[in-house]
Design a binder for this molecule. Structure first.
Ligand code: PGA
Ligand code: MG
Length: 230
């Protein structure tokens, strides 16, 4: 396969660059405890991450990845989300680590001349502090949170928005992520998708989503980008 040269690498955040589930699970359980509900194991909560905080909160309230409208009132979910935000603001970053080779890998790509962007479904209010804690504040030319636009991944608009803003054609962009929301957003925006198998994808193998290519570790992704997309 000969790949087209790429300019813009759009990264997902949670489950791709950082393992944030220990903090997300703690904040979720802190919220549940405050609301006098029973906590869940981290392995259960991991499968609820991917569609932003509001969805995580709703899934935790009903105890399932599938949430139907009749299971929750808007007020109940609004209140729980506030409790979750307070809890996550207190602990976000404490037990969040970068996956192996991510720090060196991102810097290598930047040095090689790629433009890096970050498109996460995590609410934007939590993003700058985490980026700063890893020394990544200057790495990304564009950063979008899950609430930066009216729609989030798997909608293709955040990716299209980044391409438009940076004036880079979609065929010169790549979406890199761990979840079906990343792969679907990329496919819907007509851009190449690179999947990572170690993150959070509702327990499903990322390869089932047919990304352009999939990798089991970040170093293999870096090696592939440096040889195929330069
Ligand atoms: O906050 C989430 O649900 C997931 O965030 P992500 O898009 O960076 O994986
Ligand atoms: Mg992710």
């Amino acid at each position: 396969m000969t790949a087209v040269k790429k300019e813009l690498l759009i990264f997902d955040f949670d489950g791709t660059l950082i393992d944030s589930v220990p903090d997300l699970a703690q904040a979720t359980n802190d919220m549940l405890t405050t609301l006098e509900k029973a906590p869940y194991p981290i392995d259960t909560i991991r499968n609820w991450v991917g569609n932003g905080s509001r969805m995580l909160v709703e899934r935790a309230l009903v105890g399932s990845v599938e949430v139907t409208e009749d299971q929750l009132t808007q007020d109940e979910a609004d209140h729980a989300e506030k409790v979750f935000f307070d809890a996550y603001a207190k602990i976000s970053g404490k037990n969040t680590v970068a996956y192996p080779n991510v720090d060196e890998g991102l810097k290598k790509l930047k040095q090689a001349g790629f433009t890096l962007a970050l498109v996460t479904n995590k609410p934007m209010q939590f993003v700058p502090k985490i980026l700063e804690s890893f020394g990544w504040s200057e790495l990304f030319t564009e950063v979008l949170g899950g609430d930066s636009l009216p729609v989030k991944k798997p909608d293709p608009e955040p990716l299209r928005y980044v391409c438009r803003t940076l004036q880079i054609a979609p065929e010169h962009a790549v979406m890199i992520g761990d979840s079906k929301n990343d792969i679907l957003a990329g496919q819907n925006a007509n851009i190449d998708t690179l999947g990572l198998s170690y993150g959070y994808n509702y327990g499903q193998d990322i390869r089932e989503l047919n990304p352009t290519q999939a990798f089991d570790d970040f170093q293999s992704l870096i090696d592939w980008i440096m040889t195929q997309y330069q």
